[in-house]
Design a binder for this molecule. Structure first.
Ligand SMILES: Nc1ncnc2c1ncn2[C@@H]1O[C@H](COP(=O)(O)OP(=O)(O)OP(=O)(O)O)[C@@H](O)[C@H]1O
Length: 381
């Protein structure tokens, strides 16, 4: 847990980088700080590991007032990932990753074993990459080492300052997805700085949208997109915020259509209009069959079924669904259970996708009546 209580930072030249900041990041929560350049995001973050000292106010990490903790001790409990990763050029990837456990006195063999595990976790095979030097890696691979290194001492808190800022958009999206998967396993308390609203929306359990030195809105991504608290936030999240909602709205079971279903060992059915989904004996997704094939063929479904190319687990975002439809030029995609391996739940069609998006927008409009969030109520703080 990280808590800011009325924190102000005034630099020596009088610049107030942040003023009277109060907010909390719950244990295991990922909060993104987003805002334009110079609004105070990095200052906020660096106060948590005491690279910058606040002028006023107090900051707590796991209930402890950090002004009373030795900064070096404090930093060992807090993982820190920055854009220019800051790997040691003369150390191998494995040695870089094992740096902090080493400093904490963990024996070399144990530190290296742990480092190898973490490299694996961030998608770098330790056998291939462990003995390389940072200059022998791509930008995206270096960022992964940065993340692995920050996790190596198993710190409860992670600070990430534009960690994926220096890589191209495709690699960035891959790193974001991998990081989300990792976070669902390790559940760190994370403060994540970015100037990219898409990244903030995609990664954050909650988002703090910064204006100049102050938080304009602190809320779940869907709420920030659905009901921006001020004209400034509305402007910052952009006119296409309806589209951005695609990435924060999950596919739910209720969104799915139920097409005709046949099983692998069924005789070929004659009554399928256009197509049917094919399941195996355990109701897991196998593929599909067209009505024409079913009518003209002989034997059982098994001999004529085609494998399914595009499917998603329930809970995946509508954006993923949309992207999958486009990628496979598919008019529908099959949705399967996330827990039980592959159990078929139904299909998502463009019409149902549109309905789901509408539902998500309407739900917010009802939950947060716009009249309650007036400019006056915010600017009078
Ligand atoms: N050492 C310093 N002395 C004086 N002013 C500073 C100092 N460091 C930062 N500032 C100012 O404090 C404000 C906030 O800076 P900060 O680095 O926190 O912004 P940021 O939101 O992280 O920006 P960016 O996205 O560009 O990194 C800016 O106006 C900056 O110029």
């Amino acid at each position: 847990m990280i808590r800011f209580e009325h924190v102000t930072k005034r630099y020596a030249d009088g610049t107030i980088a942040v003023g009277d900041l109060s907010f909390e990041v719950a244990g295991g929560e990922l909060v993104t700080l987003v805002g334009p350049s110079g609004c105070g995001k990095t200052t906020t973050m660096k106060m948590v590991n005491r690279l910058i000292e606040p002028t006023e106010g107090r900051i707590f990490v796991d209930g402890e007032d950090i002004s009373t903790v030795d900064p070096v001790q404090l930093r060992r409990r807090i993982g820190y990932v920055i854009q220019q990763v800051g790997l040691f050029p003369h150390k191998t990837v494995l040695e870089n990753t094992a740096t902090v456990p080493h400093l904490l006195g963990v024996k070399k063999a144990k530190a290296h074993a742990r480092a190898a595990e973490l490299l694996d976790l961030v998608g770098l095979d330790p056998k291939t990459y462990g003995s390389r030097y940072p200059e022998q890696l791509s930008g995206g691979q270096r960022q992964r080492v940065g993340v692995a290194r920050a996790l190596a001492a198993d710190p409860p808190v992670l600070l990430m300052d534009e960690p994926f800022g220096a890589v191209d958009p495709v690699v960035r999206e891959r790193l974001q997805n991998e990081f989300l998967r990792l976070q669902s396993q390790v559940r760190k308390t994370v403060l994540f700085v970015t100037h990219d609203i898409e990244e903030a929306v995609r990664l954050g359990d909650r988002i703090a949208v910064y204006g100049q030195g102050a938080i304009e809105q602190f809320d779940a991504p869907a709420a920030v997109l659905g009901a921006p608290a001020t004209p400034y936030v509305a402007d910052f999240v952009g006119a296409d915020r309806g589209l951005k909602r695609l990435s924060v709205t999950p596919i739910e079971e209720g969104d799915l259509d139920q097409p005709p279903v046949v099983h692998l060992d069924d005789p070929l059915p004659a009554d399928i209009a256009r197509w049917a989904v094919v399941l195996d004996g355990e109701d897991n997704l196998h593929g599909w069959i067209s009505g024409e094939q079913a009518r003209l063929g002989k034997g059982t479904v098994r001999e004529h079924a085609r494998r399914m190319e595009a499917w998603l687990p329930v809970g995946a975002s509508l954006k993923q669904a949309f992207a999958t439809m486009l990628q496979h030029d598919a008019g529908w995609i099959a949705v399967i259970d996330r827990e039980e391996r592959g159990r078929f739940l139904g299909v998502l069609t463009p019409a149902r996708l549109h309905e789901a998006l509408r539902r998500s927008i309407d739900a917010d409009a009802q939950a947060v009546p716009r009249t309650e969030v007036t400019v006056e109520s915010v600017s009078s703080r």
